[in-house]
Design a protein around this ligand. Structure first.
Ligand SMILES: [Zn+2]
Length: 69
């Protein structure tokens, strides 16, 4: 599978599949899953989907420790 990442203006989100931003598991779009929204330093909006609240918490902790600059 070939996944392309678009940085910048991606106005339409791919509907077919999402993967967990933490563990990389595929997420069922139809069912509820946690999502974190974030705007980076350059003002680009990111959405990070997660397969479970646990993965969201782990990922969030990793991000906050990495981004201390
Ligand atoms: Zn996960």
């Amino acid at each position: 599978m070939d996944r392309q990442r678009m940085d910048g203006n991606s106005s339409d989100f791919p509907d077919d599949e999402q993967v967990c931003a933490n563990c990389g598991d595929s997420i069922e779009i139809g069912s509820w899953h946690p999502v974190l929204a974030e705007t980076d330093a350059s003002g680009v909006f990111h959405l990070h989907p997660f397969c479970s609240p646990y993965c969201r918490d782990v990922w969030h902790r990793t991000q906050t420790t990495q981004n201390q600059e």
